[in-house]
Design a protein around this ligand. Structure first.
Ligand SMILES: Nc1ncnc2c1ncn2[C@@H]1O[C@H](COP(=O)(O)OP(=O)(O)OP(=O)(O)O)[C@@H](O)[C@H]1O
Ligand SMILES: [Mg+2]
Length: 244
């Protein structure tokens, strides 16, 4: 397959598959996502409206989001997709330009990254637009088939942003959201967890076989037996605010 090329103002035209996490294992990178994913990174079957990946740091949440959207735009044309992070800058730097972002991992599904509009133009006419979980009003007027919400538990106005996103998640037969987050005390996250239309997959930092052993050993030593470690590494929900 020819190198996918993406235009990024300020960087000129770059070939995004000349470097990145898969450069030392090209055969692995060519396998379909269903064969590269580890447990918890693939959407379960069923009739849910929201798929929540609730997992520890470095589990592979962001990569799972990128790969899920990539598979969706390859399967269907002309999707309108909300890409939501704590801020628009974070959505850009992590979801689009990051090491686990679209341009690094799935450049072949990206036609064009348009920073001035905060839009990723995908193959098949689909468009992903960046939103901030700190700016709920911004969702008004937009309609979507799909949404991917990264690190929702740390959005500054998570409940209002989630609600406003849901009001516009109304295109196509079965609008759907993927939420990828490390747990934290959050009304929005607790609401999503309690919703009968949510399906949850879980995982820990140690479930990602692609992280260096040295890092995992250090995390275990520093945080393996602490409250912080239970939340950040093992992906356990902290008690609701006020419960202690
Ligand atoms: N199935 C996979 N195959 C190969 N590499 C993977 C896979 N899943 C994750 N990785 C790699 O593991 C690293 C961590 O993944 P990612 O950034 O998606 O984790 P995360 O859970 O979003 O982390 P954080 O908690 O920091 O947001 C990245 O380099 C990513 O590309
Ligand atoms: Mg991430």
């Amino acid at each position: 397959m020819p190198a996918a090329r993406c235009s990024q103002p300020g960087f000129g035209v770059i070939s995004t598959d000349e470097e990145g996490p898969h450069e030392d294992r090209p055969d692995e990178a060519r396998k379909p996502w269903s064969q590269r994913a580890h447990d918890g990174q693939l959407e379960p079957g069923g009739d849910h409206d929201t798929w929540l990946i609730l997992a520890g740091r470095g589990f592979g949440k962001t990569q799972a989001g990128v790969e899920w959207i990539a598979e969706q735009v390859l399967a269907r044309p002309n999707l309108r997709i909300a890409l939501v992070s704590a801020t628009v800058e974070e959505a850009r730097d992590v979801m689009v330009l990051g090491i686990s972002g679209f341009l690094a991992l799935r450049p072949e599904v990206v036609e064009k990254w348009v920073p001035s509009r905060g839009e990723v133009h995908f193959v098949g006419g689909s468009i992903g637009k960046l939103f901030s979980g700190a700016n709920p009003e911004r969702f008004r007027g937009f309609q979507h088939h799909l949404a991917w919400c990264d690190e929702l538990a740390k959005w500054r106005k998570a409940m209002d942003s989630w609600d406003n996103l849901q009001f516009g998640l109304r295109l196509g037969e079965h609008p759907k959201a993927l939420v990828t987050t490390t747990p934290a005390s959050s009304e929005a996250l607790e609401t999503i967890l309690a919703d009968r239309h949510t399906v949850v997959t879980r995982g820990t930092t140690f479930d990602n076989p692609h992280l260096p052993k040295r890092f995992l050993d250090k995390m275990l030593e520093l945080h393996g037996h602490t409250h912080k470690g239970r939340v950040e590494l093992y992906g356990e929900m902290p008690p609701p605010a006020g419960a202690l």
